[in-house]
Design a protein. Structure first.
Lengths: 491, 97
């Protein structure tokens, strides 16, 4: 087996048994990046020398018997996480030359546990998008392609498209990602890998470029559910520097993966049966529920009546928070500056040139819904509907322990499809956005292929701070699905 | 509610986004498409519902800490990414004549 084929758990075992060194493992991934990144564009910045140096230091720690839980594992980092001394762009022109003088809490936690960083991963600009087409550094290509049209270039999903594509193509053993409306789960599903958005507050947001602060959560993507559990254990934990970070112990997520689902009640929300949903997705969902019943779970119909209002609620709340968060990019303290006749002109020229079209659209929507006279009609109304969406889930937990749905309403689409209408693009997140609005954990697991050989995923949603049950259900789906298909482009 | 061109210009001014005259119509169409879709929220009965502020799934309690200086003295780090500076200050075009 080639080193890049190892799962993260297998990599840890191989390192522990001294079958491979971190330097050898890191070099294998750097070689793969050198060969395939020019085509996939998954990395914006590759930090090859720093990675080799970190790998050597890691091998030295292991030799001294000081190995951490992720000792020597090469990871990719979404370019939304500030990394000390390494350019951080949020895939935007406006941050282009920015080199953070500090390290985000999540990446600091990964380093503390021995991880090696290969570089910074491409994404939709400021994490706003479901396709990776909004990156100022060019689109990422999905390593999978359609059997009947292999030359058609597909999107990896977004916003964590670089993270998902890199892991699927074996350009990293795992990666960090963030999820505001589906930005971990949708690209994971499009690229045939697993990814979890934990409960809001599980991971610190400190040092992550902010998009919508009440929705943003960091999480991992990796090829297996177990690898996700290992990564989340390192990423999570209380941080006094984020006032919304939960002061709770981090459970043993890895142990939960093999726990099984015997006796669990799995909720099946009627409202997620969308008119016009592809038959393959409906069939995969039924198959997933059948697997869980065979493993000893009970499936129960539930109702989440405000589901249809989740996306419009999101597209008030998220742009409102974004317009406020992105006010800091003014060309004065860091990032791009476009000079102007006076200070106001400098602000306006910097922001018009620095932000891409989708980011400007969302800043405009957010500014409008927060402006005098419209605040109550839009923003306050959306916050009330959000409370009802959260209440739907609270009522559902009386009848079930986890909820299983499709992860996305379609397989990966082509780069030249769906671009003309913003609202059509927004519908990608129809199954994932509810978990962000309610603050709940959601995991995407690859479960099958469509007729064109493209991966499709299922989603598991759990109670707040009950990622363990989510991992148990995801582990059961993964074992039953036996998903072993591989993308066409791969190291 | 449908935005007119004057409102689009007003919002762009509030957001400090320079807008070329040639962009106004396209943006107006896109924003109206999104706002028209958002309009369906008005169908929801929210009588007596407390708005959900923040993202915490349960009761959110804001933690307190001691009102103490915990950071500082890092002017060079703070200024390291400045597009323009003078001494230990960020520099901008002259504001007062």
């Amino acid at each position: 087996m080639r080193p890049t084929d190892l799962t993260l758990a297998q990599g840890l075992d191989a390192l522990e048994r001294r079958e491979i060194s971190s330097l050898e493992l890191t070099d294998a991934f750097l070689d793969a990046i050198e060969r395939l990144n020019p085509r996939l564009n998954a990395y914006i910045t590759v930090t090859a020398e720093a990675a080799r140096e970190a790998a050597r230091a890691s091998d030295a720690r292991r030799a001294k018997g000081e190995a951490g839980p992720l000792e020597g594992i090469p990871l990719g980092i979404k370019d939304l996480f500030c990394t000390e001394g390494v350019r951080t762009t949020a895939a935007s022109r406006i941050l282009g030359p920015f080199v953070p003088p500090y390290e985000s809490t999540v990446t600091a936690n990964l380093k503390r546990d021995g991880a090696v960083f290969l570089g910074k991963l491409n994404m939709d600009e400021f994490a706003m998008g479901s396709s990776n087409l909004t990156s100022a550094f060019g689109p990422v290509e999905n390593p999978w392609s359609r059997a009947n049209d292999p030359s058609k270039r597909l999107v990896p999903g977004g916003s964590s498209g670089g993270s998902a594509a890199a892991v699927a193509a074996r350009l990293a053993m795992g990666a960090t990602a963030t999820d505001t409306g589906g930005s971990i789960r949708q690209p994971a599903a499009f690229c045939g890998i697993a990814g979890i958005k934990p409960t809001y507050g599980r991971c610190s947001r400190w040092g992550i470029v902010a998009f919508a602060s009440s929705l943003d959560q960091a999480g991992p993507v990796a090829r297996t559910v177990e690898d996700n559990a290992i990564l989340l254990s390192s990423m999570a934990g209380h941080d006094p520097k984020d006032s919304t970070s939960a002061n709770l112990p981090v459970p043993d997520f890895r142990a939960a993966v093999a726990r099984g689902v015997k006796g669990l009640r799995i909720g099946v929300p009627e409202e997620y049966r969308l008119p016009g949903m592809p038959a393959e997705i409906e069939a995969l969902w039924e198959q997933g529920l059948a697997w869980l019943r065979e493993a000893g779970a009970e499936t129960v119909p539930i109702s989440l009546p405000h589901t249809k209002y989740a996306l419009p609620t999101y597209y008030v709340v998220a742009p409102a928070e974004a317009s406020s968060n992105l006010a800091r990019y003014d060309g004065v303290r860091f990032g791009l500056r476009e000079n102007g006749a006076d200070l106001k002109d400098l602000y306006e020229r910097t922001r018009a040139r620095g932000f891409g079209a989708e980011v400007r659209r969302r800043i405009m929507i957010g500014t409008y819904v927060l402006s005098a006279g419209y605040y109550d009609a839009y923003y306050l109304k959306a916050q009330k509907v959000r409370a009802l969406i959260r209440r739907d889930f609270e009522e559902a937990w009386a009848q079930c322990d986890a909820i299983v749905t499709p992860a996305t309403p379609s397989a990966a689409f082509a780069m030249d499809e769906k671009q003309d209408d913003p609202v059509t693009m927004y519908l990608n997140d129809v199954f994932t956005v509810t978990a962000n609005l309610a603050g709940l954990p959601g995991l995407a697991v690859p479960a099958g292929l469509d007729a064109q050989g493209l991966p499709l995923g299922l989603q598991v949603i759990g109670r707040a701070f009950d990622e363990e049950t989510v991992f148990a259900v995801g582990g059961a789906i993964e074992r039953a699905a036996g998903f072993d298909a591989k993308p066409g482009i791969m190291a | 509610m449908s935005l007119d061109a004057a409102t689009v210009r007003r919002v762009a001014n509030l957001a400090r986004l320079r807008l070329e005259e040639s962009e106004v119509e396209t943006l107006r169409g896109e924003l109206n498409g999104i706002l028209g879709w958002i309009e369906q929220l008005q169908q929801v009965d929210t009588e007596g519902v407390e708005p959900m502020a923040g993202g915490a799934p349960g009761e959110a309690r804001l933690p307190w800490r001691a009102d103490a200086v915990t950071d500082g003295g890092i002017a060079e780090k703070v200024l390291a990414n400045a597009p323009d500076r003078e001494g230990a200050y960020f520099a901008v075009p002259k504001v007062v004549e």
